[in-house]
Design a protein around this ligand. Sequence first.
Ligand code: ATP
Ligand code: MG
Length: 507
Amino acid sequence: MNQNLEAMLQKVKDEIRDLKLDGQLEEIGYVISVGDGIAFLRGLQGVLSGELLKFNERTYGFAMNLEENQVGVVILGNAYVIKEGDPVYRTHHIVEIGVGDELLGRVVDALGRAIDGKGEIDCLETRPIEKLAPGVMTRQSVHQPLQTGIKIIDAMIPIGKGQRELIIGDRQTGKTSIALNTIINQKGKKVKCVYVAIGQKASSVAQFVEKLRQHDALDYTVIISSAANELAPMQYIAPYAGCSIAEYWMEKGEDTLIVYDDLSKHAVAYRTISLLLRRPSGREAYPGDVFYLHSRLLERSAKLNEHYGSGSMTALPIIETLSGDISAYIPTNVISITDGQLFLNQDAFNAGRRPAVDSGLSVSRVGSAAQTKAMKQVSSSLKLELATYHDLQAFAQFSSDVDEETMRVIEHGKRLSELMKQGTNAALPHALIVLSLFMNKYGYLDRLDVTQVLPFEAYLHQAFLNDYGALLEAIDGPGGLSDQLIESLKQSIDLVLADFLVLDNVK
Ligand code: ATP
Ligand code: MG
């Protein structure tokens, strides 16, 4: 009996195999189960990993798990309309997104569809969202600065075009503000910007867009938003989509800046998908390939060499930490992928030292090659000065008699630390940052009270903008600060300082 059954089964299997379905089994599949934005399919024997699959006119998905008997598909869009037994068709494409200048000034979702109510976007070209990173022969080393307009960053942790600099810190420590400032500072510098919001509140994204608009920064920026209320698959593909948009410009020889805000939420979205697809989980329940998730994304940032158009893509990924723990799984991964990190310190932020960039823990491994000569001249000793100040200050708190030299270092450190403060939306041009640090290097800070430091800085900047335009131009020049320029700067600052002190006394 058993043998009979087996023989029959074999016969049926053979007949099915020999059926001429014109490749239908290859091309069409059927939903066997669906839920939480994930569907499992039968059929589709020829499907490729990552291929876009069509459920109906408005609903697509992409194949993520190719198993022996079934295909695991991540659904993009409205998953609720899909039912068990529905047919699914191959498209022979991987997920693509529209790219080009048409996107500038617009807010789109992870598939490039407009969500800002300003009408549809007709891009002339499309690109796959995943692509191999530029090879080593197409690249050149980082050598041009990408100015953030933030004193502490441009002076101490400079970023170069094509670099990947991680912004890492706890909740509400000013991470997004640094990215926002940097985008605003690219105005008139021919750098096209892409801001990818992953799992953010829709209201935060709207505020971000509004600030860009207020600062006329929308014209050269595109925002890709995959908000917290969207399904995990959309959050998962958003950074790759943004990267493809920036990559298009980079390959045309243009400079681009891309912000991924933030990759912690991206990793969580990927974890959700992986668990739903029943992939094995590892540390902190993330799947084993979570490193590859971010490495293949950040590898695509580059500075291309002249044979490939000299374009660049600078990346500012953001990672959120819990209680400053940078040794957790995702933070260590991304730290090791990037070329440096800006570490934001919660205590400093709460103490009012904003931006709260921790000068000790932050590094830029390649950016100093791109720093201007003038900036290098005035900022070389800053890290050490601040580090000594923090050490001595902690020490002096506990002892009553502090010698004069220690006192001097502490007093100077207080002023320097004050000088490093900067508000949001207060990006400064290169020459003014150099001027501020010049005050530090040549002892002007020590002639002021701590409370006078920022008012004097503002006064000095205004005076130079009004009366000493030629000196500012000279600072921006290629030669750095010559002896003669240093002398002229000193003379002018002396005059402005004298004015300021008189005015301040009158008050
Ligand atoms: P989240 O974790 O919620 O994403 P975040 O780390 O991105 O927060 P932001 O949203 O950039 O932080 O900033 C938090 C708050 O701190 C905002 O209200 C912002 O205006 C303020 N802030 C940030 N940087 C500065 C600064 N340099 N000076 C003054 N206020 C600042
Ligand atoms: Mg933020």
